[in-house]
Design a protein around this ligand. Structure first.
Ligand SMILES: Cc1cc2nc3c(=O)[nH]c(=O)nc-3n(C[C@H](O)[C@H](O)[C@H](O)COP(=O)(O)OP(=O)(O)OC[C@H]3O[C@@H](n4cnc5c(N)ncnc54)[C@H](O)[C@@H]3O)c2cc1C
Length: 512
């Protein structure tokens, strides 16, 4: 087998697949090496117990970039789209939120929410403009960088003086202060706080939670959908696009090292002892894994290696999958509501209190939960008449005190089930099997440092011009021939394909 390639991509996460497809379309001979047996990284569908499948990490689609869809001609089929968020209340008086409208609150809250959503989506559009291009380098005289920076200034100015000031005031702030200033209904405040903190090691009172809220909205203004066949169908479609463009994808092939000779990449060695040559190695693995493990600190400049090793990337989101012999009862829900996004975040204080123990390495006794029943509209996931529940559960800190032993996991599962039982009293009767993935499991099964949703925390000090760290924000590492193309690079995580597309474009434009 020929072992020489124009580019080798380490990892077939959705970003690696996007990147490889675009490079191959530009005429490059590309090899993708993936450690796991399946493509897709954290965007996969897998069977967790006989006959029951589920999206193993990411379960809701809301950030896939239109540019990626267009470039790769994706026609992703959806089982549910433009879902309503139902914020559960123990008394059955739930709230329903959708695209700026909310039912179940006072007129004042409804009006305030419309205005809030309008302003936030406008601000998120400003961020989105930067999602699909590499961030400009600061302090250079490069024309393109100056143009991009100029455009940022102009876009800000276009908001108008007052809105510009408001944007600058809000961007580093916390979501808690904003929601308590504006709204009365605790469920509404809780729901907004949950959207701001999901996937992060942040609570509603943490700075940067307006930024994370805007990041989420920048996807599709908060509209969510469930792909038919689970998230794996998105990755399979991307793999198909990559293979059709000529990419060779090898699964079950973990890369041991990126080979560096005389300060530049020359190829990769696999764990199985194979060697592949390429002067371009693009890593879909997270930045810490890429620099500290695959390259090795000795090949990186000391300051750069230190910055990477100090990246904050400790996940806090666990994933619970339940096989159910029937749908649990939820007071106040109609049958069709089980196709929607259901959340447990009853107040802004509940969300903050759920976060508090995580600061000290403890899991939450009252977790925040995002729930879907994807089998409700998709019979490929469970036997006829049976169901799967897919839930993201916060907070479950990666570095749990005493570690995520089997006993600690069993204890946390008990806590989650008793939280669910407050809203679904018969849930336990319906469970026939379960799988709980903690951030430690996610790290080992999906090879993401800290099991972190974004590969590295999404806060201003690790965002835009300095994501993941200063000196590597344009996908190119300060080691010739090595690039990043995953969630740890700009703009961040979520199933968006933006980092993969931007990396491919940055690489191709360098060659012009
Ligand atoms: C619990 C959880 C729930 C989430 N829910 C959502 C959601 O609902 N919606 C959403 O949009 N996002 C969600 N996310 C975030 C989203 O899943 C990720 O941000 C996104 O999948 C990252 O994609 P990626 O391609 O950049 O990286 P990854 O998906 O991490 O892919 C990287 C790939 O590289 C491979 N790899 C690593 N090291 C090596 C090596 N040495 N050799 C070979 N291969 C290697 C890995 O096996 C993996 O396949 C969630 C994340 C988590 C953890």
């Amino acid at each position: 087998m020929d072992n020489k390639y124009d580019a080798i991509v380490v990892g077939a996460g959705h970003n690696g697949l996007v990147c490889s497809a675009l490079l191959a379309r530009a005429g490059k001979k590309v090899l993708v090496l993936e450690a796991n047996e399946q493509v897709g990284g954290a965007a996969v569908t897998r069977e967790f117990t006989e006959g029951y499948s589920v999206s193993a990490c990411a379960h809701l689609l809301y950030q896939l970039q239109p540019e990626v869809r267009k470039d790769l001609k994706l026609v992703t089929r959806l089982a549910s789209e433009d879902m309503t968020t139902i914020a559960l209340s123990e008394d059955g008086k739930h709230l329903r939120l959708k695209a700026g409208s909310v039912e179940g609150v006072s007129e004042n809250d409804a009006e305030q929410y419309r205005a809030f959503h309008k302003r936030m989506t406008r601000f998120s559009d400003l961020l989105r403009k930067f999602f699909n291009k590499p961030p400009p380098r600061l302090g250079t005289k490069n024309f393109k960088d100056l143009m991009t920076l100029g455009q940022l200034g102009l876009d800000l100015r276009m908001l108008g003086k007052e809105e510009m000031q408001e944007f600058l005031r809000l961007i580093g702030m916390n979501i808690h202060d904003e929601v308590t200033e504006r709204f009365e209904h605790p469920l509404l405040k809780g729901a907004i706080c949950l959207d701001a903190v999901l996937g992060t090691h942040l609570g509603p009172r943490s700075p940067n939670t307006i930024l994370t809220y805007l990041y989420r909205l920048a996807g599709d203004h908060g509209r969510t959908s469930v792909p038919a066949g689970g998230m794996g169908s998105v990755s399979n479609e991307l793999a198909h696009a990559a293979r059709s463009a000529g990419v060779t994808i090898r699964t079950a092939t973990p890369v041991k090292r990126i080979v560096i000779s005389n300060g530049r990449a020359t190829g990769v060695d696999t764990e199985a002892g194979e060697h592949f040559e390429s002067l371009m190695v693009i890593s879909n693995a997270d930045p810490k894994t890429t620099v500290m493990k695959l390259i090795g600190a000795k090949h990186a400049e000391t300051g750069f290696a230190r910055r990477v090793s100090h990246l904050r990337a400790k996940g806090n989101a666990a994933k619970l999958h339940l096989a159910l012999d029937g749908l649990p009862t939820i007071e106040g829900l109609s049958k069709k509501d089980y196709a929607e996004r259901i959340i447990i975040a009853p107040t802004e204080h509940y969300v903050e209190r759920a976060f508090n123990p995580a600061k000290y390495g403890e899991s939450s006794p009252n977790p925040v939960i995002e729930i879907t029943f994807p089998s409700f509209r998709d019979e490929t996931l469970a036997p006829s008449g049976k169901h799967v529940m897919s839930a993201i559960v916060q907070y479950a800190p990666y570095d749990l005190k005493g570690a995520w032993t089997a006993a600690a996991k069993a204890e946390f599962l008990k806590v989650i089930l008793s939280t669910l039982a407050k809203y679904m009293p018969d849930i336990e009767q319906h469970i026939t099997a379960s799988e709980l993935l903690t951030p430690a499991d996610i790290e080992s099964e999906f090879h993401m440092s800290g099991g972190h949703w974004h590969h590295a925390e999404l806060t201003l000090d690790q965002f835009l011009f300095v994501r993941p760290v200063n000196g590597a924000a344009q996908y190119r590492l300060p080691i010739e021939g090595v690039y990043l193309c995953g969630a740890g690079a700009h703009p961040g995580g979520g199933v968006s394909g933006a980092a993969g597309r931007n990396a491919a474009r940055a690489i191709l434009s360098r060659e012009k």
